[in-house]
Design a protein around this ligand. Structure first.
Ligand code: 6MZ
Length: 365
């Protein structure tokens, strides 16, 4: 079973070893990767078999929100490389993953594997990673413990290698949003590497007006702001303009912007986090040639190439960059110079660590 599939794998397959080496050597940042969507397959497999074995030897009913049967089915689907008919199918993959990362021990292991995937080795996927995750309260940890578990793993790396973005889910109620933000600001003040706030989750859910005071507060604490925006055709123009009025630093996807929105984005130079495979597999963009990346490249506007969720999308940052370099119809056929510039733009769009950042706590094994 290959861990890379789809168009990105095909693009990678067309490149020469010299071209691959070039892509590996491009200095770049990964700025849009969701922790629970980025767990490497072998780690997911380990966590799943341990979970199911423990369940089999226990007579108790499951504490999880879903049955063991649904966990098994969900994990099998992820192993096979899920086929998505539309974006909502994507969000149905997460209950099974969440069941496996609901203890601090399992979450820590998953985080360590994600960090290692992006940052370890002689030719790592990227020079800097901004990993994002939604704080979850489970039977075994509260939201603060969730974030501390993730941050603890991050502190094995230098502060200029990795930062955490706290994701707020569009489905959250105001009380939970307030709690997440309070913890994020507190941890940043303590020198933990909380660098930004994200708005994510089912693109058709939630009331965007509710988030207003929280985004203002996040900025007051020096946190960067990135918002998933106009990810589907169902997102209204009104909602998109409301989100832009919060003056985000970066935007996730930004697939369906109207002219008015585009002019705000261009004027304010908001960096667009581009997730090519994600958009193609969720069917929000039909072909690479019709992807909105082209209009931003033409305008010389800041963009950052990102993976979104390597687990379901079977991709890697290298494979996403292969989609830029490969010749049409396999890729966009960009020049090496253009790709170096794109890598540079991603590094420029990083969020700031706290001024009192804890530098590096433990040595990575
Ligand atoms: C919107 C997405 C997403 O936070 O539990 N997530 N939200 N659009 C996307 N593009 C397809 N990909 C992932 O990681 C998983 C969560 O990230 C959000 C979803 O809310 C998902 O539940 P964490 O680490």
């Amino acid at each position: 079973m290959s861990s890379i599939g789809g168009a990105a794998a095909v693009a990678l397959g067309t490149l020469t070893p010299e071209q691959i080496l070039f892509l590996q050597s491009v200095p770049k940042a990964e700025l849009h990767a969701h922790l629970n969507g980025s767990i490497p397959i072998p780690t997911l497999q380990e966590l799943a078999s341990e979970y199911l074995e423990a369940r089999a030897s226990s007579n108790k009913s499951s504490d999880a929100e879903i049955s063991d049967e649904l966990v098994t089915q969900g994990i099998e689907k992820l192993m096979q490389g899920p086929v998505l008919d539309e974006i909502h199918d994507f969000f149905r993959l997460f209950p099974a993953i969440y069941t496996l990362t609901s203890t601090p021990e399992a979450l820590g292991r998953a985080t360590r594997a994600v960090l290692s995937f992006f940052l370890d080795g002689t030719l790592p996927q990227c020079n800097y990673l901004e990993l994002r995750s939604t704080p979850r309260a489970t039977k075994w940890m509260d939201r603060e413990k969730y974030l501390l578990t993730v941050l603890d793993e991050m502190e094995r790396y230098d502060v200029d290698k990795v930062g955490l973005i706290v994701s707020l889910d569009r489905r959250m109620g105001g009380d939970v949003v307030a709690e997440c933000l309070k913890i994020a600001c507190k941890l940043r003040q303590e020198g933990k590497r909380v660098v930004g706030i994200d708005l994510c989750g089912d693109p058709t859910a939630g009331d965007m007006e509710m988030f207003s005071p929280y985004f203002t507060e996040a900025k007051r604490f020096g946190l960067g702001l990135t918002l998933h925006i106009a990810e589907t055709l169902q997102n209204t123009e009104e909602e998109t303009l409301k989100l832009l009025s919060y003056d985000p630093d970066r935007l996730g996807h930004a697939t369906f912007l109207n002219e008015e929105a585009i002019s705000v984005v261009l004027e304010k130079k908001m960096c667009i986090e581009i997730c090519l495979s994600s958009n193609l597999l969720c069917k929000t963009v039909t072909t690479l040639e019709s992807h909105h990346i082209l209009q931003y490249l033409k305008a010389g506007h800041p963009i950052s190439i990102c993976t979104d969720d390597i687990l379901p999308f079977r991709t890697s940052l290298l494979a996403e960059y292969a989609l830029l370099l490969a010749q049409p119809p396999y890729g966009l056929g960009l020049s090496q110079e253009q790709i170096l510039r794109i890598g540079e733009m991603s590094l420029q769009a990083r969020f700031q660590p706290p001024h009192n950042a804890i530098v590096k706590k433990k040595v990575a094994p």
